[in-house]
Design a protein around this ligand. Structure first.
Ligand SMILES: [Zn+2]
Length: 314
């Protein structure tokens, strides 16, 4: 996903007059109690996939990697922008598609299979929740595994397009391009100019990855599917998102307005801290498997044997 907030001011710090819930350094009994026996709906973000090797926008090292995201309007209007995008995407795709689910994805899939999680609303475009076995996933921002024609709307798999791009560019190669968010790759200079784009097989129109770009709205059908799922929540569980993007933050804001408990598990503060009932400032790969153990009957972990229950983060 591109970052619609790049270059914009950050949200006010929690200390600027807004109360915040407690912040814990680890999972403990109070947080488990809050979720036990209640139907969870998960909102997941990029932090869920960093352990799978997919770069985050705002995690450690983000500033170093920060770059100007592709703008929807520019992508549609300028063939050169599409050529640059597809050259970079062509380089980035093989590594992106090799990424597999990590313990955080698998824990959420286990919780869904056990009936504790109703589904996942994800801001991620990597399909790793599906790969882990999650059944009900709303991909708010689409998926890079699909390509859509801007003229006729025909869909093609990204793998299929990759094969066509390879046929068009048999000897085109750039070494040293660093993997970037979006399954993209950093590609400097004019190397992209010799890259040949592929067009829609049905109508010859321009192709776009089937993800929401900066300056583009979430399609109504997807937004409605997300709200339908949200409506089933008895607790909203936010994992690995700083909630900087409004398309994710609005679920938390509305949950708080309705009085639903909101639990955020994320490294570092988030835009939703003021709305959170509690935040756990810790890694997902560590917390979510133990949460699944605690919430699934017969699980191995219980708050009673937690080493540092509800430790307040310093
Ligand atoms: Zn077409």
């Amino acid at each position: 996903m591109n970052d619609p907030t790049a270059g914009q001011p950050r949200w006010p710090a929690p200390t600027e007059g807004r109360p915040t819930g407690p912040v814990f350094a680890d999972l403990g009994p109070a947080v488990v109690d809050l979720m036990a026996g209640r139907r969870l709906v998960v909102v997941s973000g990029a932090g869920c996939s960093t352990d799978s090797g997919i770069p985050d926008y705002r995690g450690e090292g983000t500033r170093r990697r920060a770059r100007r995201p592709v703008q929807y309007r520019e992508f549609v209007a300028r063939p050169e922008a599409r050529q640059r995008y597809w050259a970079r995407a062509y380089l980035g795709w093989p590594r992106f598609r090799r990424a597999g689910p990590n313990p955080a994805h698998r824990a959420l899939a286990r919780l869904e299979a056990a009936g504790a999680v109703a589904g996942v609303i994800t801001q991620n475009v990597d399909r790793l929740h599906h790969a882990a076995g999650s059944q009900r996933v709303v991909e708010l921002h689409g998926a890079l595994a699909e390509v859509v024609c801007l003229d006729c709307g025909a869909l093609e798999t990204r793998d299929g397009l990759q094969a066509r791009l390879h046929e068009l560019n048999p000897s085109w190669h750039v070494t040293g391009a660093e993997m970037a968010p979006d399954g993209d790759a950093d590609l400097e200079g004019d190397a992209f100019r010799s890259f040949r784009r592929a067009d829609c097989r049905a109508c010859g129109g321009p192709l776009k990855p089937n993800v929401v770009f900066f300056g583009e709205n979430v399609p109504r059908s997807r937004s409605e599917a997300a709200w339908t799922l949200w409506d089933q929540a008895e607790v909203l569980l936010v994992v690995g998102s700083s909630l900087a993007v409004l398309s994710g933050y609005r679920f938390i804001k509305k949950a708080a307005g309705r009085g639903l408990p909101v639990v955020i598990v994320n490294r570092g503060p988030t835009r939703g801290d003021a709305e959170a009932t509690v935040r756990i400032d810790a890694g997902l790969g560590d917390v979510l498997p133990r949460l699944a153990d605690a919430l699934i009957p017969g699980g191995r972990w219980s708050p009673a044997n937690a080493e540092s229950p509800d430790t307040v983060a310093t």
